[in-house]
Design a binder for this molecule. Structure first.
Ligand SMILES: Cc1ncc(COP(=O)(O)O)c(C=O)c1O
Length: 398
């Protein structure tokens, strides 16, 4: 078969899905798969959630698109709801995580200019991932994402994640800094949660230096880590929060939320998006946020995460091929001592969809709507597979 006329941006598995329902995906041959990655942290409510399907179909029949030159009532309602949920003051809507982060980067630069800083710099983390546009790949701490796209966008200063000393040194030596931008749990970087004391320290330094504290919650937000936004678990109050992925449960939408002076920085003409916050995307996201709130799915994600981690610990903990089992809510990483990319097709052959990031970290981002039995099925299927893969026959099932 000739290759499809698509640019070669992804290494794709030879499988296509025709239908999804809850935690399950069905391929074109009728086989079913347990989706433990949720389209990479997108379908938190599971596939084809009735509330989202209903909101999309009703809105599509009424009005799909209308320019931001006009008032869009459900964009205003979504902004209000997200601000209520997060304690932020206002929102800018766009279509993806990278775009939400672009908005945050622009806010930081405006904040710097207002303070008389001509060449504003943003502190970003090693191993960070913020997207694939030029500014967001420059902010990312992964050479693979940047290679070939130089010259990179300037104005980023990199520091090790969870390291207070280097941050302190930058604070003392660089007067161009205007913001710190980081993920509360690094996702692509290996499912690494920020230490609570570290985030508190970052917040303190930001306040002392009038820097913006900006959090990328594209992957962690929308209930996944045990509260609506992960920062709420840490007791900090950022100036800017970005999100996308789970916000539309599969319908493309991103948001940059801001408070205080950051919320005042944009004016008509300084930023925009043709599609961002259109009636259809906002109808989908309103249904998502309302469902997460109504069903207290953030809390459920915390419970399910604890259940999964304790099963992984009891079945795999202490094995000589496991380096660490970690995570927050339903963002879970099982770090192996050796690279394990072959686990992805092996799991797929068993009807289980997982992801491996940083070569050695099995990343799980299952739907927040799993039942306890679903979680147990996921844990047992994956643990059996990992043991077989690692040649561990101590507890191999007969
Ligand atoms: C933390 C984080 N930020 C930004 C992005 C980019 O989002 P998008 O692919 O929607 O542009 C991602 C995507 O994986 C992400 O995990």
């Amino acid at each position: 078969m000739p290759a499809a006329p698509l640019m070669s941006t992804y290494g794709r598995l030879p499988i296509s899905f025709s239908r999804g329902e809850g935690c399950w995906l069905y391929d074109t041959n009728g086989n079913r798969y347990f989706d433990a990655i949720s389209g990479i942290a997108v379908c938190g409510l599971g596939h084809s959630h009735p509330a989202v399907t209903d909101a999309i179909t009703k809105q599509a029949a009424q009005l799909t698109h209308c320019s931001n030159l006009f008032k869009i009532p459900n964009q205003e309602s979504l902004g209000e709801l997200l601000c209520k949920v997060s304690g932020m003051d206002n929102a800018f809507f766009c279509n993806s995580g990278a775009e939400a982060n672009e908005a945050a980067i622009k806010l930081a630069r405006l904040h710097g200019k207002k303070r008389g800083i001509e060449n504003p710099a943003i502190i970003v983390m090693e191993n960070a991932f913020h997207g694939r546009t030029l500014a967001t790949l420059s902010a990312s701490g992964n050479r693979k994402v940047q290679a070939g796209f130089e010259p990179l966008v300037r104005g980023f200063v990199r520091t090790p994640f969870n390291d207070t000393k280097t941050l302190e040194h930058i604070a003392d030596s660089n007067s161009n800094v205007v913001a710190v931008f980081l993920e509360p749990v690094q996702g692509e970087g290996g499912v690494t949660p920020a230490d609570a004391e570290y985030l508190k320290y970052v917040e303190k330094v930001c306040r002392e230096h009038e820097w913006l504290l900006m959090l990328d919650e594209v992957q962690t937000g929308n209930g996944r880590t045990g509260s609506y936004f992960a920062f709420q678990e840490y007791g900090i109050h950022p100036d800017v929060v970005t999100t996308a992925k789970g916000l539309g449960n599969g319908f493309p939408i991103g948001a940059c939320l801001a408070r205080g002076s950051a919320a005042e920085a944009f004016h008509p003409g300084s930023h925009g998006s043709t599609f961002g916050g259109n009636p259809l995307a906002c109808a989908a996201a309103l249904a998502v946020v309302q469902t997460i709130q109504k069903q207290n799915l953030s809390n459920r994600a915390r419970e399910l995460g604890e259940r999964l981690i304790s099963q992984f610990e009891s079945q795999l903990g202490g094995a000589d091929y496991i380096k660490q089992i970690r995570g927050k809510g339903l963002m879970i990483g099982i770090e192996m001592k050796e690279p394990c990319p072959e686990l992805v097709p092996l799991a797929q052959a068993q009807g289980l969809l997982i992801n491996v990031t940083q070569d050695k970290v099995i990343r799980l981002l299952p739907p927040l709507v799993m039942s306890d039995a679903d979680a147990d099925y996921l844990a047992n299927t994956l643990c059996t597979l990992i043991k077989l893969y690692a040649g561990d026959d101590r507890k191999r099932p007969r």
